[in-house]
Design a protein around this ligand. Structure first.
Ligand code: NAP
Length: 492
């Protein structure tokens, strides 16, 4: 179900925008409600349905706070982030519950997301104290040459719904570490986690106006932020379609952009000694978050010689997935985030069935009436999928795993590279020469050898082709997006 825009409702918690350190309603007073994807009849709260005026007010606040924050010594900025990181750890159970309620993922996964966000914030807290410039030998006597890095000023952070805590933290923490002020626009589906993050940042001692939250539609709030000339950097995570639109808009005023976009991440399995281990890693990477992860393994490419044995093991691991309400401790896979996502996944599945792909598991929604009983979809596996079928080339963003059979590594690499995306890729093989062949020839921002497509909290993260644009986030490369270099010549 999409967020519902409506008039006032009784007994519904009302959340506001966070601008200049204050909680304020949208200028027009409009609100919208969000619902629990596991029980869509349960309304979780009302949020500001903001306008261009609210977006501009948030940029005003950020612009006013930016210089003082940039002038705050790096170690002091880092201290605020260390406190924020600790607050995330301390509130991990409560915040994870919010994530599960609004996004649907299993509670254990949600706790993992918050802990991961704390680790990324901690890394960035340290970055605030690290030097970033270079010194250069001068070609003139008595002159020094060096560079320093300076913040961009105001940065807009526009986020999707699948990781409502870690993605915002991945943007806000480096922005703050390097001295920028932020306007944050969360997905319309997951604004509650965003409100919670603002509360923690305020509690950590962040000065008013340095971070601002504006909830509401991407086409209204997001678009205004991207077009505002005072916003010097736009960091966006979401679909390739919206990312491309943002890139075009930002280019008109030469704003810097960082785009983290879709993926169709292959796992190539060939001459591998541990097929059970490969199947376990593949199933975890494919079905965590109900397959709604940009780095989810979303196609398996396996050699004919090992295909039957691998497929049998994948099916057996998938059979053990327990689909249910994310708050139920037995659940290992929650519902999809919305009715729209459920319908979109089901369309791909129907197409796959009609085109004659072999359906080995799932293939249907699990509730008779998802709009009442929850957006549950059975973990789905298709075998013998043609490499050019939409199942094998398009981002489905759901619990659907197509298997493509190939002759050899050469064909496997060709097919791995045959989509528009280039985010993550995995290879499972016991042959060292295949490992290196794969690493050097596969077009992806992140390569995983003999394990699933899980990233770590301090290692650069990003994609190539239609999966991304601009500096990689996480770890030391984050600085490239959030700072400008200034070259200095001093005659003494
Ligand atoms: P989306 O539809 O592209 O939305 C992402 C964000 O952009 C939301 O906050 C959305 O607001 C906003 N938005 C929509 N239209 C806009 C516009 N015209 N101008 C500015 N902002 C606008 O993506 P999603 O459905 O939330 O997330 C799923 C997608 O994210 C998938 O494609 C997935 O692969 C990608 N993703 C990529 C990564 C990565 O690191 N590469 C990580 C996670 C997800 P509303 O919610 O109000 O529409």
């Amino acid at each position: 179900m999409s967020p519902q825009r409506s008039g006032p409702q009784a007994a519904v918690i009302q959340h506001l925008n966070f601008i200049r350190g204050e909680w304020i309603p949208s200028s027009g007073g409009a609100r919208y409600s969000i619902r629990n994807p596991a029980r869509p009849e349960d309304c979780l709260g009302d949020f500001a349905d903001s306008t261009e005026v609210d977006a501009a007010a948030a940029v005003d606040a950020a612009a006013a706070a930016a210089q003082a924050w940039a002038d705050t010594p790096g170690p002091h900025r880092g201290a605020v982030l260390f406190r924020f990181s600790q607050l995330l750890e301390d509130s991990k159970n409560e915040l994870a519950r919010v994530v599960t309620l609004e996004q649907g993922k299993a509670l254990g996964e949600a706790v993992g997301e918050v802990v991961r966000a704390a680790a990324e914030a901690r890394f960035m807290a340290g970055e605030a104290s690290r030097g970033a410039g270079h010194t250069f030998p001068s070609d003139r006597p008595g002159t020094s040459c060096y560079t320093v890095s300076e913040p961009l000023g105001v940065v807009a952070a526009i986020c999707p719904w699948n990781f409502p805590v870690v993605t915002p933290v991945r943007k806000i923490a480096p922005a703050l570490a390097f001295g920028n002020a932020v306007v944050f626009k969360p997905s319309s589906l997951t604004p509650w986690s965003a409100v919670y993050l603002m509360q923690l940042l305020a509690k950590a001692g962040l000065p008013a106006g340095v971070v601002n939250l504006v909830t509401g539609r991407g086409s209204v709030v997001g678009d205004s932020l991207v077009r505002d000339p005072r916003v010097r950097g736009v960091t966006f995570t979401g679909s390739t379609e919206v990312g491309t639109h943002i890139y075009e808009q930002a280019a008109r005023r030469l704003s810097r952009v960082q785009l983290e976009l879709g993926g169709k991440n292959p796992a190539v399995v060939i001459d591998h000694a541990d097929l059970d281990g490969a199947a376990r890693e593949i199933v975890a990477a494919a079905f965590l978050c109900s397959g709604q992860r940009c780095t989810a393994i979303s196609r398996v490419i396996v050699s004919d010689g090992q295909a039957d044995m691998l497929v049998e093991r994948i099916v057996s691991h998938v059979d053990r997935i327990k689909v249910g309400d994310g708050l139920d401790p037995e659940t290992t896979m929650g519902p999809l985030v919305s009715e729209g996502q459920l319908r979109s996944v089901d369309r791909y599945v129907r197409q796959g069935v009609e085109s004659g792909c072999a359906l080995l598991a799932g293939g249907h929604a699990l509730a008779e009436n998802p709009a009442r009983q929850g957006y549950y979809y059975a973990p789905t596996i298709f075998d013998r999928v043609p490499a050019d079928s939409p199942l094998a080339t398009e981002e489905i963003f759901g619990p659907v795993l197509p298997i493509v059979r190939v002759r050899d590594l050469e064909e496997g690499i060709t097919i791995a590279n045959s989509t528009r995306y280039g985010l993550a890729a995995a290879v499972f093989t016991s042959r060292l020469s295949y490992v290196h062949e794969f690493i050097s020839r596969v077009q992806a921002g992140m390569i995983h050898v003999n394990h699933g497509t899980a990233s770590q909290a301090h290692v650069p993260f990003g994609g190539v082709k239609d999966s991304g644009q601009g500096a990689y986030s996480i770890g030391p490369t984050a600085r490239e997006f959030y700072t400008n270099a200034k070259a200095i010549y001093v005659r003494w």
